[in-house]
Design a protein around this ligand. Structure first.
Ligand code: UDX
Length: 440
């Protein structure tokens, strides 16, 4: 099949490359000529494990090409995926200007029957909006269908998630269009759910909001654990043995960041309000999440007395491990609070430092965790990169001015850290060693 993919961000590029790998002819389209050039040279503008190899192979075998010309790509292909960005506006609602522009261009270029597939996370009702825009702009009355095919990939495992999705959701009001997209995904041999447009749009938001809810839920439990001397890690583990609850997404800590959850939950709140329903449940997910960084800094202040003149070392800056993405990263908020209170900040992250440096040039960026720990009054783990699991903590302790460890992701064993001579704080973990008496 000949496929055009508009937008070469995480979703678009990975989708394009995977469809090419499945044997289709793919035209990747972006308005940024620099990105298009890079892709045509086999250099992915984003980092994702396995992406460069797949890109290069499919370029060499001439199944993939990049261009800035969406109109020509539309004329050449029967299926056009819209994977452009939907950044949040001031009010938190997604800005649809790129989706609208893509739809208008597609409309003007229609030269026969086309299927336009929304893959970007777009507000409920966007499928109808795209349909209207195409209708308004088409010069000839060519037939077309709009399909919603939401993407569930995670950053850091985008290629693997796309090749092996838990489910494929295809929302179309015309079965003919749905079957064409089923055909495209058939080689993956994964569960497919065919539904109408509105349901597919809701599935995406309901899924992400539920995952975010799990995180905020366990963080609210963590706060109660701290007050009562209970341990949230063991609580979550025991809860998760119930298959109706499950172990995943119950890690208490600094909360969620990234380009999806904060934006999607906010957009969902707006949608629920727009339809005259009560958004309180969903709003609380954000209220709880937004409070995490401030609360964490408060714990450091409680220990150190005041933060002015103190040196705080941060391990990890990316919004999660294995990515250089710092969108909505908890580190940014934590740095902001620490600087506001007059602390000196030292930081180390395996890949995200240049991006943070562009925002906070005034903090010290270090070559590794040990350098970050030098003369620090507290060491705070912000992102649980694997390389932080096996640090030499005696070396860390000896480098520090005071051995205070604040574990924002509950990565370390509290008892072990206390035995090594650290004051240890974990989110939602008992303040002394008594937490390890229960064996799970
Ligand atoms: C997420 C969804 O997982 C994906 O399906 C969707 O398509 C896009 O949004 P992503 O943003 O890449 O993907 O990150 P994810 O791995 O889900 O983590 C999101 C955030 O939640 C991270 O900041 C992570 O640290 C945090 N998190 C995750 C927790 O705080 N606790 C958990 O138990 C799990």
């Amino acid at each position: 099949m000949k496929i055009a993919v508009a937008g070469t961000g995480y979703v678009g590029l990975v989708t394009g490359v995977v469809f090419a790998e499945l044997g289709n002819e793919v035209i990747c389209v972006d308005i940024d000529p620099a990105k298009v050039d890079a892709i045509n040279k086999g250099q992915s503008p984003i980092y994702e494990p396995g992406l460069d190899e797949l890109l290069q192979r499919n370029l060499e075998e001439e199944r993939l090409i990049a261009t800035t010309d969406l109109a020509q790509a539309t004329r050449d292909c029967e299926v056009i995926f819209i994977c452009v960005g939907t950044p949040p506006t001031e009010t938190g609602e997604p800005d649809l200007k790129y989706v609208d522009a893509a739809a208008a261009t597609i409309g003007r270029a229609l030269n026969g029957y086309k299927i336009i597939v929304n893959k970007s996370t777009v507000p409920i009702g966007t499928g109808d909006r795209v349909r209207r825009i195409i209708e308004q702009h088409r010069a000839e009355p060519h037939d077309f269908d709009v399909v919603s095919n939401p993407e569930f990939l995670r950053e850091g495992s985008a290629v693997a998630d796309t090749l092996n999705p838990d489910r494929i959701v295809i929302g179309a009001d015309n079965p003919r269009a749905a079957m064409k997209i089923v055909e495209l995904y058939a080689p993956l041999e994964r569960p497919m759910l065919i539904t109408n447009l509105a349901t597919a749009e809701i599935i995406k938001y309901a899924s992400n909001t539920f995952l975010a809810l799990k995180i905020s839920f366990i963080n609210a439990i963590a706060d109660l654990c701290e007050r009562t001397g209970a341990d949230v890690v063991q609580t979550a583990k025991a809860m998760g043995y119930d298959p109706r609850i499950g172990q995943a997404f119950l890690q208490a800590g600094l909360g969620f960041g990234g380009s999806c959850f904060p934006k999607d939950v906010q957009a969902f709140v707006h949608t629920v309000q727009r339809y005259g329903l009560d958004p309180t449940l969903f709003e609380q997910i954000l209220v709880i999440n937004d409070a995490r960084p401030k609360q964490f800094v408060a714990r450091i202040r409680e220990r150190l007395g005041e933060l002015s003149g103190r040196t705080i070392a941060l391990l990890g800056l990316a919004f999660k491990p294995n990515t250089d993405d710092i969108r909505e990263a908890r580190s940014l908020e934590i740095i902001r609070f620490l600087l506001q209170e007059g602390a000196t900040v030292r930081a180390y992250d395996p890949v995200a430092m240049p991006r943070v440096q562009a925002i906070y040039p005034q903090i010290t960026y270090c070559r590794n965790a040990y350098e970050a720990a030098e003369n620090a009054d507290a060491l705070a783990l912000i992102t649980e990169w694997n390389e932080f699991r096996q640090l030499n903590f005696e070396r860390i302790r000896n480098a520090m001015r005071q051995p205070n460890l604040f574990d924002g992701r509950n990565l370390y064993d509290p008892q072990r850290m206390r035995k090594l001579g650290f004051y240890y704080y974990g989110v939602g973990r008992a303040a002394d060693n008594s937490d390890d008496k229960t064996m799970l």
